[in-house]
Every structure is written in structure tokens, then in C-alpha cells.
Design a protein around this ligand. Structure first.
Ligand SMILES: NC(=O)c1ccc[n+]([C@@H]2O[C@H](COP(=O)([O-])OP(=O)(O)OC[C@H]3O[C@@H](n4cnc5c(N)ncnc54)[C@H](O)[C@@H]3O)[C@@H](O)[C@H]2O)c1
Ligand SMILES: [Zn+2]
Length: 388
């Protein structure tokens, strides 16, 4: 537990019915003349872009669209978009998409400068200053990127994904409009939902846990454990989808106040080298790493507290050990139920890559130091071996 903590948050968050309409008033209130709208082809193809576009149009401001971004982009791909954005003279960013779009837009919002670019921020994230205010509209539930100070990019030469963290990237406004996730394909809903689950449970069992992060991590965990299956399985389950959207937002707040742990740390090389989607690589590692962590008594105490809060069926577990086992079994069940792979087999990761994975995973000390049970290279090797 941290003894000193803080939580920096967006200026305003709009949720509930027709939340999108607030964009018009935001643009008018800020007196924005030219809006840069970030999105990607997947969002446009799903017909989701029309809603924010209408809201921007209604403000009367000029706008243009930046949509040439691949999922989970490299820092070079993001820089290309930033260069296009820099010359536009836009005075407000509205970004509509999953974590990939939101992270790229967040980087653009601090990079209207020729002094440095995304590459330089990888080495020195502290120097970024907010240049343009930003409105974020998540379409997955999800990364929580709409609320965190983090932007994650692939670094091909390191075969890793790397997080750039700077509070100047915290959004000014967030729009949580459930219409954006209503038709999220099951596969994407499942992977991104388990990402949010990982954020909550990792932050709750993190060395950086504190009263602020616990509040959101526990509430998010409760919402996800009790809604994720229905939200993914049933296209009409709007109440459950709504709860997932709010839970993902809470997961982002938990990250902002504390930090994720070894699940995310060991997951970064899987995204960086094999391009496994962020939510999927976390899902593969989730139960194995939490089982490893549960050897630490402080983690068991926390998992037992999570059980007390989140288990709403008849509570048959009485000991800390039983409650811990229930929680880990629940995580395993969710990943299996949602048909997310539970090993790296189908991604063609050869056995001889093991040492490379261990070395890359151990580089992510930013998150490994948050893990209550220390992770040695030997531990990382065993964990990777378990999922190969
Ligand atoms: N900044 C943070 O705090 C943070 C936290 C976790 C993850 N991330 C990063 O976010 C990225 C992953 O984001 P993601 O999981 O949201 O996925 P994504 O943004 O990569 O999107 C995945 C695919 O789903 C499509 N898609 C998104 N929403 C859709 C919808 N509603 N309907 C149909 N298609 C839709 C996209 O077009 C894309 O093709 C990774 O780069 C990850 O590292 C960032
Ligand atoms: Zn994540």
C-alpha cells in the first residue's frame, strides 16, 4: 500500500443516455474553430463515426478526419499521424475509438512541437506539455485509455510495447455513450473486457494500491465479474454493456491512481513481438500470474476481500485460501467462457523464443515493481513456459 497517493482526473465526464450530444456544447464553450477528429477504419466501417461527427457538425466548427491508424500502432505510425495533425492548426481534438485511437490522439495532443516526437517521449516522457485540449470517446470497454495518463505504442526494434506516461495526456473531456459499444463484435468485447478486468484486479493487488485506486478497482471488479459474460454474449444486454463501459472507465482510474502488475508487464512482449491483441495477451496470462501471485499472503488477503465484495451467489467460501481459489477459478472460467485462447499455441510462438520473451518481459520493470510477489527471471520463465 502506498502511504501517499493522488488521483488526477479529466475535467468532465459525460455518461448516460445521449451522452454524445454534450460534444456540441463543449466545442461551443471552448470557442474551438477547427476540430481534428481521430478515428480508424474499423470504427468507420462499423458505422460508429456518424454519431460524434453529427455532434461536431452541429457546433458549426470546421473539422477534418484523421483515420489512417492501424490497431496497436508502432510509434512510427503514430508519429505519421501526429505530423499530419501538427500542420492542421486544429484547436480541439475529438477522438473516437478503442485504446489505439485514443492513445494516438493523446500523443498528438502533447506533440504540436518540432522539438521532439513520439520517439523522444519514449526515452523522456516527462517533457511533454499539453498543446491542444482533447475529448475522448471510447468504443471498447476496454482499456480505460480515456482516463489514464498513459499512451502505449509498439517499439518494433525492442519487440516490445512501451507505455509513455505523462499527466498532460489526461483527457479534458470523456464521453461514455453506450451506443458506441452496443454492436461491439463478441471477440473484441471479450478481449477488451478482460483487459479491463485485469486492470481492476492487478491494481487491487498492486504494491501501489491505495484508498483512491481501491475504490475504483473494487467497484470495477464487481461490475465486470458479474456482467462480462452477458454483455459479450447477448447483443441486447444494454444494461450489462453499460456497466462494462463504466467498469472499464473505473479500471482506468485505478491505473491512474496506482498501477498494473506482472500480468501487463509479461504481456507487453507478446503484443510487441507477436502482435497478439493487448486484451488477449493479458487474458492468457491473467489466471497463471494471479495464481503465482497468490503464493504471497498479502495477495491472498486482497483476493479474499475481493471475493467478499464481488461474489453475490451463496457465499460458501470461509477461509482466505478458499476465497482466493474461488477468485482464480472465476478468472479462468471467464476467459474460457469467452473463447479467448488460454495459451500461446495458436500464435505460433516457437519454444526457442522463450529466453527472448523472458528478457523482454523483465525489461518492463515499470510494472514489475508493482507486483507484491517479486518476479525473478526464473519466475517469468516458468510463467511463460506454462502458457507456451
Ligand atoms: N492508454 C492506456 O491506459 C491503455 C490501457 C490499456 C491498453 N492500451 C492500449 O490500447 C490498445 C488496444 O485498444 P483496444 O483494446 O481498445 O482495441 P483497438 O483500439 O486496438 O481496436 C481493435 C479493433 O477493434 C475495432 N473496434 C473498436 N471499437 C469497435 C466497435 N465498437 N465496433 C467495431 N469495431 C471496433 C477497431 O477498429 C480495431 O480494428 C493497445 O495498443 C493497448 O496497448 C492503452
Ligand atoms: Zn491493459
Amino acid at each position: 500500500m502506498l502511504t501517499q497517493y493522488n488521483l488526477k482526473m479529466p475535467h468532465a465526464v459525460y455518461g448516460g443516455e445521449n451522452a454524445m450530444d454534450n460534444i456540441t456544447a463543449i466545442i461551443k464553450a471552448r470557442g474551438a474553430k477547427k476540430v481534428a477528429m481521430f478515428t480508424d477504419k474499423g470504427i468507420e466501417g462499423a458505422g460508429l463515426f456518424a454519431l460524434p461527427e453529427e455532434a461536431v457538425k452541429a457546433s458549426g466548427a470546421e473539422y477534418y478526419v484523421l483515420d489512417e491508424l492501424p490497431p496497436e500502432p508502432s510509434y512510427m505510425a503514430v508519429q505519421k499521424l501526429v505530423d499530419e495533425f501538427k500542420v492542421s492548426g486544429a484547436d480541439l481534438i475529438v477522438a473516437c475509438g478503442g485504446g489505439s485511437v485514443m492513445d494516438a490522439a493523446k500523443l498528438a495532443s502533447v506533440l504540436v512541437t518540432d522539438a521532439y516526437g513520439v520517439k523522444e517521449l519514449l526515452d523522456n516522457p516527462g517533457m511533454a506539455q499539453k498543446c491542444v485540449p482533447i475529448v475522448l470517446i471510447p468504443t471498447t470497454a476496454g482499456t480505460g485509455a480515456e482516463v489514464t495518463p498513459n499512451a502505449i505504442v509498439a517499439v518494433p526494434e525492442k519487440e516490445l510495447k512501451v507505455g509513455i506516461v505523462n499527466e498532460n495526456m489526461i483527457a479534458d473531456y470523456v464521453i461514455l455513450d453506450a451506443r458506441m459499444i452496443k454492436n461491439l463484435p463478441r471477440k473484441i468485447a471479450a478481449a477488451t473486457g478482460v483487459d479491463a478486468l485485469a486492470h481492476c484486479i492487478e491494481c487491487f493487488t498492486s504494491n501501489k494500491a491505495n484508498p483512491f485506486s481501491d475504490l475504483y478497482a473494487l467497484e470495477g471488479l464487481d461490475l465486470i465479474l458479474n456482467n462480462i459474460e452477458k454483455a459479450c454474449d447477448d447483443p441486447e444486454a444494454m444494461a450489462e454493456k453499460n456497466r462494462m463501459q463504466i467498469a472499464a472507465y473505473y479500471g482506468g482510474l485505478a491505473i491512474t491512481a496506482s498501477g498494473t502488475t506482472a500480468v501487463h508487464a509479461l504481456s507487453y512482449p507478446l503484443g510487441g513481438k507477436y502482435h497478439i491483441a493487448h486484451g488477449v495477451s493479458n487474458a492468457i496470462l491473467l489466471a497463471p500470474v494471479m495464481r503465482f501471485n497468490s503464493e504471497h499472503p498479502a495477495v491472498r488477503e486482497r483476493l479474499a476481500a475481493a471475493y467478499d465484495r464481488c461474489c453475490h451467489e451463496e457465499k460458501t467460501c470461509t477461509t482466505v485460501e478458499e476465497k482466493t481459489a474461488w477468485m482464480i477459478a472465476r478468472l479462468e472460467h471467464i476467459v474460457k467462457h469467452l473463447d479467448i485462447p488460454t495459451s500461446l499455441k495458436e500464435f505460433g510462438v516457437p519454444a526457442e523464443d522463450l529466453e527472448g520473451l523472458v528478457n523482454a518481459g523483465m525489461q518492463v520493470q515499470r510494472l514489475l515493481v508493482n507486483n507484491m510477489r517479486p518476479v525473478t527471471a526464473d519466475d517469468a520463465r516458468k510463467l511463460y513456459q506454462e502458457i507456451m
